[in-house]
Design a protein around this ligand. Structure first.
Ligand code: HEC
Length: 719
């Protein structure tokens, strides 16, 4: 037995060594994240540490539909198949362009094909596309609105034989009535044989659809399997929900960031998010499997192989933000196939791929208790890996207060900090709780890059504190309400969590003050029914309810004194006793993070040893010129590592793309972008020439929106 094991591991070793030599699999970018392993690695070496400074723009493609008024974005990591680049646009179109010239081949606008459809259409970001070769000509699968579309890769036309006239409505086949709930998917699905496996983006509030994972036949669109991320009676994990009926009402536990897949073993790896409502778990007591889990499923059947829950009973929105990277590490001279999962809290968990056994022990640490939110029951412990060390700070103590502001302001920030609940996993509260690392990590959806040659994983991260404040909601009575009271009640339960207590806005959610000057009531009503980008749809509200909210936010005086006729329904799952008052960053009065820099970093972690190899700030602010401090900026979009010794990353808010030495983190090249590249670059080769392309869509962090895909290459004299 022992011998056989030895032989087997020797054989595995050879396999992985061979794989590294045969690098053609990594010279293209046919899949979101480079390959299905999700490692954002390119084997190309034409551009290397000695010539990277000679990179120049090779071509650009303008989508022509940036919407600066609404801070449109392009979060897309494009794919390149047969010399054609496929990407998405700020207003949710997709396009094909020559990957060596940027010349447009076709544009497909899903809104055109949704005319006459009675299902609503939500404007959303498309982070990536899926190419499926099939038997005939290839097709592009992607989600726009609530529909998974199949478009011919050559002609750019819908393929009518897929689903219903080329589309599948993602509300269907969820094993629960989800017709009026918000369901879309910003990330691309992943292909296994003839299946396309997909997740979803759902509401974060109490009215959320369940995040079940589905596989559809990529040719016909027929449902092949479903995995219930919120288990139903008789399924394992069901017992982790105290209320036996929770599964019928609670949503979320969705995979919004996409998948990785091990083609040889047929395992698909699924990172899930928190259960809804995000910040109060009184209606969903228990550990809440399979929310906040890394799931390993059999890609052919959807059967669970193993799972690991990284947050028990999440009340902080600490979703797993990215698919894990499939990696191979060296332990005591042996090669081990593993899976590495970065988290929003700043950990990288490393598991043996086949079994889920942690390669660095995971301890259960007693978690803070005591909450002023009635009915909440927090998990007693939370997991923590013994290595690698966290790649971001996980506490915000008095000593960490931003020292770039005046001493007087530092004092007032310290006072504010002392007044809040603070510490990793400290309970949401009415007095306010510091969320640090923040809602956007730690790690985010850009995902990590992994270098198979060295065993280093590269993770970019944010270090921004936020403040979560919970507010008690008025108890529902069945007493008849007037129109104004109904509008206010509905605003507090449905809108305040994003638009704030006084409609002032919060985070990326705009202010609604004076909204009446910008929108007719009918236009607001349409928006409420459809949603737009990060604003969910509210189809479950009745016309009268929407009308009352619209009167409330527009201060419509005509409706004063009008009666609200709709009976007030009470529902023990939907009537939250508390709601958050908005997504608010903890900032100085000039809008800088209340914590000392760095605010954005790039981290190299050696997965063989479980140590941090290097860490650098990324992104420049005015403090660099004034005080010589490279602060880093918040960043969205991931890195790519290459065999040429480089890491390419944009992601920062200072409109730059950069290349660093993957060994040392030394900056080797940077270039200006037309708008910030809040996306992950794609690195590929066409006709023997290496390109690095980045979507420059801006829009986040109050930056200018853009419409450009910009490709860099060495020009012919420098090649
Ligand atoms: C999950 C957060 C979230 C919730 C909950 C939410 N919104 Fe929004 N809302 C947004 C975001 C983000 C935008 C900007 C959308 C875009 O990108 O165009 C927005 C935009 C709007 C706009 C347009 C503002 C403008 O200047 O263009 C209106 C009006 C609006 N929301 C009303 C509401 C109302 C009324 C509710 C409650 C029924 C609500 N929202 C609930 C996030 C939210």
């Amino acid at each position: 037995m022992k011998n056989r094991l030895l032989v087997a591991s020797f054989f595995l070793c050879c396999l992985s060594a061979c794989k590294q030599k045969n690098n053609s699999a990594y010279s293209g970018w046919e899949v979101y994240g480079g390959t299905k392993e999700g490692i954002r690695y390119s084997s190309l070496t034409e551009v290397d540490t000695t010539n990277v400074h000679l990179l120049t723009p090779a071509w650009s493609y303008h989508t022509g539909d940036a919407d600066t008024a609404h801070h449109s974005q392009i979060q897309c990591n494009p794919i390149v198949v047969n010399g054609i680049l496929y990407g998405s646009t700020p207003t949710q179109k997709i396009f094909a362009a020559d990957a060596s010239t940027g010349e447009e081949k076709w544009v497909f606008n899903p809104v055109d094909s949704s005319q006459g459809s009675n299902s609503f259409f939500v404007m959303n970001n498309i982070r990536g596309l899926t190419y499926y070769k099939g038997e005939n000509q290839g097709r592009i699968l992607f989600t726009a609105g609530s529909f998974l579309h199949a478009v011919d890769a050559v002609t750019g036309k819908l393929i009518p034989a897929f689903g219903k006239n080329g589309k599948i409505d993602l509300h269907e086949g969820l094993d629960r009535d989800a017709a009026d709930l918000f369901v879309t998917f910003t990330s691309p699905g992943i292909i296994y044989k003839d299946l396309v496996i997909i997740g979803s983006r759902v509401d974060e509030g109490p009215n959320a659809a369940p995040g079940h994972i589905r596989a559809f036949n990529a040719i016909t669109g027929k449902l092949a399997w479903i995995f219930h991320t919120i288990p139903q009676p008789g399924e394992p994990g069901y017992e982790t929900w105290d209320d036996p009926n929770a599964w019928k009402h609670i949503g979320g536990a969705n995979c919004w960031s996409g998948f990785t897949l091990d083609e040889k073993t047929g395992m698909v790896f699924v990172p899930t998010g928190s259960a809804s409502y995000d910040f109060y778990g009184g209606m969903r007591k228990g550990d809440n499997l399979y929310a906040d889990c890394l799931l390993a499923l059999d890609a052919a059947t959807g059967k669970k192989i193993w799972h690991f829950q990284n947050i028990h009973h999440d009340v902080w929105d600490k979703d797993l933000p990215t698919p894990p990277a499939l990696v191979t590490v060296t332990r005591n001279g042996k090669r081990i196939e593993a899976v590495a999962q970065p988290t929003k809290t700043g950990f990288v968990y490393l598991f043996e791929r086949a079994t889920g056994t942690p390669l660095f022990n995971v301890e259960e640490i007693p978690a803070p208790q005591g909450t002023d939110l009635a009915g909440e029951k927090l998990a007693l412990t939370q997991p923590r890996p013994v290595a690698p060390p966290p790649f971001v700070r996980q506490t915000f103590s008095e000593a960490d207060v931003n020292d770039l502001v005046s001493p007087a302001e530092q004092d007032s920030l310290k006072l504010k900090l002392a007044s809040l609940n603070n510490g990793l996993f400290s309970p949401p509260s009415q007095k306010g709780t510091v969320i640090f690392p923040g809602y956007d990590g730690g790690a985010e959806w850009g995902g990590p890059a992994f270098d198979p040659a060295t065993g280093y994983i590269y993770v970019n991260a944010n270090e921004m504190p936020w403040i979560l404040q919970m507010k008690e909601l008025p108890k529902k009575t069945t007493v008849a309400e007037n129109w104004g009271a109904a509008g206010q009640r509905l605003y507090t339960t449905a809108c305040m969590g994003c638009h704030g207590t006084s409609r002032q806005g919060s985070g990326n959610n705009p202010s609604l003050i004076n909204i009446e000057a910008r929108y007719e009531p009918a236009a607001i009503d349409a928006l409420l029914q459809q949603g737009r980008r990060m604003m969910p749809a509210f189809k479950h509200l009745s016309g009268e309810e929407r009308g009352a909210i619209i009167s409330f936010i527009t201060g419509n005086k005509q409706d004063k004194g009008k009666a609200f006729s709709q009976e007030i329904k009470t529902d023990s799952f939907l009537d939250l006793p508390y709601n958050g008052t908005g997504y608010n960053k903890f900032l100085t009065k000039d809008g800088w993070p209340a914590i000392k820099p760095p605010w954005g970093t790039l981290n190299a972690i050696d997965l063989n040893t479980g140590t941090i190899a290097w860490k650098i700030p990324i992104g420049e602010t005015k403090f660099l010129k004034e005080k010589g401090v490279l602060t880093g900026t918040e960043n969205y979009g991931g890195p790519v590592v290459t065999a040429g010794g480089l890491i390419f990353i944009a992601a920062t808010s200072d409109r730059k793309i950069r290349a660093f030495s993957k060994r040392t983190g030394k900056l080797l090249w940077q270039a200006d972008l037309p708008a910030s590249g809040f996306a992950t670059p794609a690195v590929y080769e066409v006709k023997g020439k290496q390109y690095i392309v980045i979507a420059c869509g801006g829009g986040k962090l109050n930056t200018l929106s853009g419409d450009t895909y910009l490709a860099f290459a060495l020009n012919d004299t420098s090649r």
